[in-house]
Ligand binder design. Structure first.
Ligand SMILES: [Zn+2]
Ligand SMILES: [Zn+2]
Length: 108
């Protein structure tokens, strides 16, 4: 029996930006190929956001342990959301995002 106490969702989805079929791990809801995400969560994993707009990766940063954080801007409501990158994410794209901007968020 599966416990329902956790709001971790393992749903597969098709990326609305590049069309890649993404296997849900329950931890990531962004596309590993183009890194686009969907505005689904108010808090990570809760799926409480009513927006459901596409979120464009604006930039990325890496901490000392090599973990990436991706900074998103929702293309619909302009919410700014950051999320931890997943292992299967395109590292070339992550590095490109890191060098593309010196700031995490683009100017409004
Ligand atoms: Zn994609
Ligand atoms: Zn949004």
């Amino acid at each position: 029996m599966e416990s329902k106490r956790f709001s971790r969702n393992k749903e597969d989805f098709k990326c609305r930006n590049c069309g890649a079929q993404v296997k849900g791990t329950g931890y990531t809801d962004h596309c590993p190929r183009c890194l686009y995400s969907m505005h689904m969560d108010v808090n990570p994993g809760d799926r409480k956001a009513a927006c459901h707009g596409m979120m464009r990766p604006a930039s990325a940063s890496a901490d000392r342990k090599g973990f990436f954080t991706i900074y998103y801007v929702c293309t619909k409501c302009w919410a700014k959301v950051s999320c931890r990158a997943a292992e299967e994410d395109d590292s070339e794209l992550l590095h490109k995002l890191m060098s593309s901007s010196s700031r995490h968020w683009p100017a409004a």
